[in-house]
Design a protein around this ligand. Structure first.
Ligand code: ADP
Length: 257
């Protein structure tokens, strides 16, 4: 059984003028358990829409999404989500931010702390438990967001450009750490990015979407050894191909909805 299936998914929004805006059209995609799929495509092609549908934040207009064979109807603890901005609660300490979902579930303080601590250790934040979000750098805040998403031990992790706001050095450190975490927890990941380099540093497969209305244009496996050597011929061959696809999509006139 696949970890995630998108079966002919269509998503239509209503734009400001009351016109239908087709964000996703006949989108089909299957992920095996433990895959790390990076989703690339021109801006506005529906990457975030696809992620929000798998997260259960929104419902498809037609078609179906399944996680572990079950139809997605709402958000669930089996899917952890990490956004570009980690949306931490400023009045809570780091450890209480990470443990927030457990607080909502009525888990006692000692167990909350113990479980949150394990994930803070995993993302390299030991020693920062009592800090408040305002005292953290962008990279540290994003680590808190990742620890919070991992806390419920989700089978699926959905990430929407989580490192886009970070400086180049921090971004590269976070990418390395994310791969180490993913190898350790064994979750299935969908990672939205607009950076071809980032997709090829992280992914076991890279899916390129067409211009809106978005569909999966091509899915490429990429199994170069880790850590990935961005100067290697294999890396650059795939990069050239993916860049060509994205450029062709960006240049294409939009299809009628
Ligand atoms: P991407 O993540 O690839 O940049 P999005 O998934 O954010 O693209 O958006 C796809 C299209 O759907 C865009 O044209 C966007 O304006 C539109 N869209 C996204 N969310 C909404 C919404 N809630 N209401 C109306 N239109 C939306």
């Amino acid at each position: 059984m696949s970890a995630i299936d998108l079966l002919d998914v269509r998503k239509v929004y209503r734009d400001r003028d009351g016109q239908d805006l087709v964000a996703l059209e006949r989108t089909r995609l299957s992920l095996a358990a433990g895959e790390f799929l990076c989703l690339l495509g021109p801006s506005g092609c529906g990457k975030s829409t696809l992620l929000n549908l798998v997260a259960g934040f929104e419902a498809p207009s037609s078609g179906e999404i399944r996680v572990a064979g079950r139809r997605v109807e709402r958000p669930g603890a089996d899917r952890g989500v990490v956004f570009q901005q980690p949306t931490l609660m400023p009045w809570l300490t780091v450890i209480d931010n990470v443990a927030f979902h457990l607080t909502l579930k009525g888990v006692g303080r000692a167990e909350r702390r113990e479980r949150a601590q394990a994930y803070l250790d995993l993302v390299g934040l030991r020693g920062f438990e009592r800090h408040y979000p305002a005292e953290l750098s962008g990279g540290m805040s994003q680590r808190v967001g990742i620890a919070r998403a991992l806390l419920m031990n989700p089978a699926v992790i959905l990430m929407d450009e989580p490192f886009a706001a970070l400086d180049a050095q921090t971004k590269s450190e976070m990418q390395e750490e994310l791969v180490a975490i993913w190898e350790r927890v064994g979750a299935t990941v969908i990672f939205v990015t607009h950076s071809v380099d980032e997709a090829l540093v992280l992914g076991t497969r890279v899916a390129v979407m067409s211009r809106r209305p978005g569909r999966i244009r091509e899915v490429l496996p990429f199994d170069a050894p880790r850590p990935r050597d961005v100067t290697s011929p294999a890396f650059n061959d795939v990069k050239r191909h993916v860049l060509g696809l994205i450029r062709a999509e960006s240049a294409r006139p939009p299809r009628a909805a």
